[in-house]
Design a protein around this ligand. Structure first.
Ligand code: HEM
Length: 262
């Protein structure tokens, strides 16, 4: 307990907390991207993956609680370090762009808080499935048959969800901010963990840049390719009709729609 409170009281300790929780969050962002990219394959692929995750509640809830703890600690450390810096320097610098600070580094707190607001919307959109906020209808009615079992049709939910222009725009803005946040955050994380030396620093800043570009490209590809009807357009049209029928009169589940050929 003593070690925990001593770590939290020192600003160096809080920087470590930010860096280590940052590592965990980047791992989640990478894993989540790999999972979501399966939407570019057949419907069975992502529906099977989502069903697998939901069929392991202990694993799912363990990961969710761990993620929530990381997000909470990451934000608490960031806000308290920010307030401490402000208190130590009550008068702002006359030139805010001084010392070679980039826009990304000066707006870390703001970009982080907007990403948090996006995640809250995103959870309501795709996890809690609140019907009023997706511009389509009740996603919880979208089910399909996967290996003889009735499961949630996550594929239909994603392709219908990303045919709505303002949803796509919101996601693109959020992943753009995530790109800015990670571009600076990943190199700051390496610095806090003590890797700032002549040998490693140029390599690590390069790695941070490449990783944030890859994450941006991967996350932007999903809503864009769906919105441009390059993915799942036929399936979406049938799912939309099925949803309309379902809303009018609850009927049989969205039976296994024919899988599009890849
Ligand atoms: C194109 C971008 C994205 C897509 C298509 C996407 C898709 C999804 C889907 C389908 C789910 C629900 C999974 C389910 O319950 O079956 C989900 C959950 C989630 N997403 Fe995303 N996501 C995207 C971007 C992001 C980003 C950028 C973040 C974080 C910065 C994020 C964080 C989360 C979290 C925390 C959950 C909750 C996981 C859980 O249910 O435990 N997502 N996402």
């Amino acid at each position: 307990m003593n070690l925990i409170s001593r770590t939290w009281r020192s600003s160096l300790g809080r920087k470590y907390v930010m860096a280590l929780t940052g590592v965990a969050l980047v791992m989640f962002v990478l894993g989540h991207l790999a999972g979501n990219l399966q939407v570019l394959g057949t419907p069975d692929l992502i529906n099977g993956y989502a069903h697998f995750l939901k069929s392991k509640p202990a694993l799912l809830w363990g990961a969710r609680l761990g993620l929530l703890a990381c997000v909470g600690l990451h934000i608490a450390a960031a806000v308290s370090l920010h307030l401490e810096n402000k208190a130590a320097r009550p008068q702002a610098y006359a030139r805010t762009a001084a010392n070679g600070a980039t826009t990304a580094s000066r707006t870390m707190l703001v970009s982080g808080l907007i990403i948090l607001a996006f995640v809250v919307y995103h959870l309501a959109h795709f996890t809690a499935l609140l019907p009023g906020i997706n511009g389509v209808g009740d996603f919880s009615k979208l089910t399909t048959v996967w290996h003889g079992e009735q499961v949630a049709d996550v594929y239909a939910m994603m392709i219908l969800g990303f045919q709505v222009w303002w949803v796509v725009l919101f996601y693109l803005v959020a992943v753009g901010l995530l790109f800015m946040h990670l571009g600076h955050g990943v190199s700051a994380m390496f610095q806090s963990l003590g890797f700032r030396n002549h040998l490693w620093w140029p390599r690590l800043t390069w790695l941070a840049r490449v990783a944030s570009i890859a994450i941006f490209a991967g996350y932007a590809l999903i809503p864009l390719s769906i919105y441009l009807r390059m993915v799942g357009a036929d399936y979406a049209a049938r799912a939309r009709q099925q949803l309309a029928r379902e809303m009018a009169a609850p009927a049989a589940p969205l039976a296994a729609l024919p899988q599009p050929r890849q």
